[in-house]
Structures are given as C-alpha cells and as structure tokens.
Design a binder for this molecule. Structure first.
Ligand code: GLU
Length: 311
C-alpha cells in the first residue's frame, strides 16, 4: 500500500549532464511519486567535489525541466551538508561501531571481490591500526548476519554484509564523507519514503539499511529500475562516454524511455510534448510493469538519432 504522504527523490551526481539512463531513473521515480499525488524532490549529490563538473548541476536541472520533470521545493546540495554527516559519524563513533583504517587502495588490490566487482574488505584494521600505520579513513563494522530487504521490482532479497561487502567506508581517506553515509542522512532529512533509482545501486541497499538501523533512521521503500547499457553492454556513464540527453526533440526520447519502463504511450501520444506523455503515464503507472532485467540496451541509440555517440 502506498501511503498518502509519499515523498520520492532523484539524486543525480553532477559529474556531467544527464544521459538517457539517468532519464529512465528520473522518469520512474517521478511517475511513482506523481501517480499517487506524492512529492518529488531533487538532491544534488555533489559531495565528491573532485568528480563534479562545473555547470553540470545547472545543466541537469534544465534537462529535467525540458522533460517536464518538475520538482517540489528547493534542491538540496550535499556539498552544504557536511555538518549533518559529521554529526552522523560522531553518533556512530559514540556507539563504537566505526574504526579508523590505514589501508590504501593498492594494499587491498588482491582482496577478494563480490559479484559487483567491489573489494570485500578483509578486516585488516578492525582490531586496531597495524603498528607504524596512520589512520586514513573510517569504516563501519558489519555483522555476520543476513540483511533481508524487499525491492518492489526485484522482490525479496538478502545479503550478508560481512561475506559480500566487509566493513565499509563511511569517511574517505580524502576527508570526504562516503556516499553510503550521506545518502542515508539525506534521505531521512528530506523525509524520503520511497526510493526509485537505477539497478546499479540495488546491492548498496543493505549497507544503507544497516546504517539506518545504527543511526535510528527510517528505512524507505526501495525499487530499482533497469540500467541502460551501450552497444558494448556497458552502463551509460561519463566514463563510457554516454552522450548528453538532448534538450530538443525530448518527446521522442521520452516515448522510448517510457517504453523501456514497460509503459509505452499509445500511438497518438508517441513523440508528444513531455507534459502530455507524463500525464498519461502517471495515470497508467504500475511499477509491476517495469522490466525486472538489471540492464537494458539503450533504446535511443539507433544511428539516425541525436543520441548516438560520435564514432
Ligand atoms: N548519486 C547517485 C547516482 O547518480 C544516486 C544515488 C541514489 O539514488 O541513491 O548514481
């Protein structure tokens, strides 16, 4: 059952303009909120300052406007939330669940990896810093138990954090707070009840649920929509040179994004103004119709259209 007080969000990292993969996630989260008369907030995850691109946040907002994805209230900037993250870290320190870690990336290079390709932290610093080393980051100790969670698209899932992730970083060696900590602090601060985001973050969810439990924060309801991949099967991203979402011809792109989400608009609305298509889609939105595949090939990468990368 969807509560009347639904609050959703879209939380892009302004490392570059939105691409069609981010559009699919934004549209899904917007529709899921608007279909029940809920609020939809935008949060700029500009925490990782070195990775942010100047001007990208403004570009993202103007892309959202162009696609008719209007948000409620002011945009929250993670770059202005350090005090809140510091407070959360202090709370974790006060209950003794975090510890300083001296390991460098290269020291961990040979550690085993999980199915996402992430290093499973072997616990090197868990019982104290090895002699002669200095603290670089902060990690949270995870328990050797399964975290059970429900995803509205992927169903009932579980992960043992100790086996599949290991103690994870909450404050990085460069002094920045980690995404996992910031996201739970901000989801709670913004009163987010429902998270709808890309499936690349599905297996981050148990880490976030664990931090929420330690910090006494509510756990939102989660849904992870398919990622969009390029012709080589890679996730669209800045690293894989995904082309920016165009701000003209949006109707045609939106039609394909909706089809990818299992909600193809009727023929008479294909390519129509975004506001018309979104009005139709929010009236017909059923999250059960979203494909359960973790990844789907880019629906807008045919040679004749403007989203095709340059050769
Ligand atoms: N900032 C993340 C991204 O752009 C999304 C985080 C989230 O939705 O939890 O991939």
């Amino acid at each position: 059952m969807i509560p009347a007080s639904y609050v959703g969000r879209f939380a892009p990292s302004p490392t570059g303009p939105l691409h069609v993969g981010s559009l699919v996630a934004a549209v899904a989260s917007w529709l899921d909120a608007r279909a029940v008369g809920g609020r939809w907030l935008v949060r700029m995850e500009d925490l990782d300052v070195p990775r942010c691109e100047p001007g990208a946040a403004d570009t993202i907002l103007s892309q959202l406007e162009a696609y008719g994805l209007h948000w409620d209230g002011a945009v929250l900037l993670q770059s202005q939330r350090d005090d809140a993250y510091a407070e959360a870290l202090a709370a974790l320190q006060s209950i003794g669940v975090v510890y300083p870690c001296a390991c460098t990336r290269s020291q961990l290079a040979d550690a085993s990896r999980n199915h996402e390709g992430e290093i499973i932290y072997p616990g090197t610093c868990r019982n104290g810093l090895p002699a002669g080393t200095v603290a670089r980051a902060w990690r949270v100790s995870v328990p050797d138990v399964s975290t059970y969670f429900h995803d509205r698209i992927h169903g009932d899932l579980q992960q043992n954090l100790a086996h599949e992730v290991g103690d994870f970083i909450v404050k990085r060696a460069d002094g920045l707070y980690a995404y996992q900590l910031a996201v739970v602090v901000d989801d709670a601060f913004q009163g987010i009840t429902h998270v709808v985001r890309g499936a690349d973050l599905l297996w981050n969810t148990p880490r976030q649920i664990y931090l929420q439990s330690l910090l006494g924060l509510p756990t939102p309801v989660y849904a992870h929509v398919p990622l969009i991949t390029n012709a080589a099967g890679q996730k669209l991203s800045k690293q894989t040179l995904a082309p920016a979402l165009p701000e003209t011809g949006c109707g045609a792109v939106l039609t394909r994004a909706l089809a990818t989400l299992g909600h193809p608009p009727p023929d008479e609305l294909a390519g129509a103004e975004p506001s018309e298509q979104l009005a139709w889609a929010s009236a017909h939105w059923h999250i059960e119709n979203v494909p359960t595949e973790a990844a789907i090939a880019n629906p807008v990468s045919t040679p004749e259209n403007c989203l095709t990368p340059d050769p």
